[in-house]
Ligand binder design. Structure first.
Ligand SMILES: Cc1cc2nc3c(=O)[nH]c(=O)nc-3n(C[C@H](O)[C@H](O)[C@H](O)COP(=O)(O)O)c2cc1C
Length: 374
């Protein structure tokens, strides 16, 4: 394996070439990242346990012994049972009427199918069943987004998995460290999907300082090799990237959505609670605008919002209802203007990082020596 210009000790610990970690819902992206020298992590939180098992086995069969990961979102305060009827019964009439209005106004077919958010209820029961499959698999890394409950961390460690916890503020980082997380992802405000209020530049150095010997990956807005070098300069052991992969062929982004992503600038993303009930950075669409308009109801809490809008969002995706068609999307999208491949993104990241390092090394030489002081 050729030595990476950005190799860090974490690369040697894990047996990867570049300290580039990729979050994606697409198994094809995960595979290609691993084959390109990074580490792919499959977002599996909306998959049934048997789908997770199938995907993990498929990825393993395509990458051999290379390490890879799986990510589950494990928020606190969810209902115990996966029972949609209980949640449906608690949905306010005003909110149901607003969803009906969206179906009618945009001619979204009522096809009677669930979407990823509503195929089951985010619940303690489902989280346990999903985690059981992860623990029984040979996946190397168990990543936990939005909360890393101690019982899941200890079970993962007992099963020989490395635990990676996503954190958006120092308080959560302290907790994850105390509970024994092996790797932290410091995910700043710029990032796609669920995100907190602290910007990447403010967050990452606070977390690297606090984490001492525990490796930290910088996330949120990493879109070039220069960002990777900046992350390493802030003490990170690598980067964790989500948005970049959405413009790759391996992501299987819906054809009607792709042009919107390629045209998007950083300010074409907005923070909304209208997808899941928690603050989530999304491509700005008619869907996010409708929920932000005067008179729209306040989105419900998770998992009520998931169930309220889950079928509608599923139908929007299946039928590609363009004005409403959206995705989690970070501010780094401004750097991606052409459809590409995972291997090309990886090559560009590494080449730009090498160039950036070379420029930094020249900095001292480029500054003219002045004599005396003024
Ligand atoms: C479409 C999309 C979906 C995401 N879903 C999840 C998720 O299910 N679990 C999770 O831990 N992080 C999720 N994330 C956040 C990523 O793990 C990552 O932290 C983030 O994308 C990094 O910032 P970036 O988008 O600027 O690259 C998602 C990100 C995107 C873009």
């Amino acid at each position: 394996m050729e030595r990476s210009p950005i190799e860090t000790p974490l690369c040697r610990q894990l047996g990867i070439q570049h300290p580039i970690f990729a979050f994606s819902h697409s198994a094809d992206v995960v595979v290609e990242v691993c084959l390109s020298g990074g580490l792919g992590v499959l977002g599996a939180t909306r998959m049934f346990p048997e789908e997770i098992a199938r995907n993990l086995a498929d990825i393993r069969s395509r990458i051999g012994a290379r390490p890879f990961g799986v990510d589950l979102v494990l928020p606190q305060g969810m209902p115990e049972r996966n029972n949609r009827e209980d949640i449906e019964a608690a949905l306010p009439e005003e909110h149901r009427a607003f969803v009906d209005y969206l179906y009618d106004k945009y001619n979204v077919p009522r096809d009677g199918l669930a979407g990823p958010r509503s195929r089951f209820v985010r619940s303690d029961e489902m989280a346990r069943r999903q985690a059981d499959v992860v623990l029984a698999s040979d996946v190397d890394i168990f990543a936990m987004g939005i909360g890393s409950p101690p019982e899941f961390i200890s079970a993962a460690k007992a099963a020989g998995k490395r635990v990676l916890a996503l954190v958006g503020n120092p308080k959560h980082a302290r907790k994850a460290l105390a509970q024994g997380a092996d790797i932290l992802v410091a995910q700043g405000h710029d990032s796609g999907a669920h995100t907190g209020p602290i910007g990447t530049f403010s967050l990452v150095p606070q977390i690297t300082q606090m984490a001492a010997n525990v490796p930290v990956l910088a996330a949120g807005g990493v879109a070039t090799g220069q960002h990777i070098v900046a992350a390493l300069a802030m003490g990170a052991a690598g980067v964790w990237v989500g948005t970049a992969w959405l413009v790759t062929k391996e992501a299987h982004t819906p054809p009607k959505m792709m042009p919107h992503l390629l045209a998007a600038n950083s300010d074409d993303t907005v923070i909304t609670r209208a997808k899941s009930g928690k603050t989530n950075r999304q491509l700005r669409t008619a869907y996010t605008d409708e929920w932000a308009a005067p008179g729209a109801p306040e989105p419900l809490k998770m998992p009520y919002q998931d169930i309220l809008v889950g079928d509608l969002l599923g139908a929007i995706d299946r039928h590609e209802i363009e004005p409403l068609l959206g995705t989690g999307l970070g501010q780094g999208i401004a750097w991606f203007t052409e459809e590409t491949t995972v291997a090309d993104v990886m090559r560009r990241f590494v080449a730009e990082a090498a160039e950036s390092l070379a420029q930094l090394q020249m900095l001292g030489n480029a500054v003219p020596q002045t004599e005396g002081t003024s």
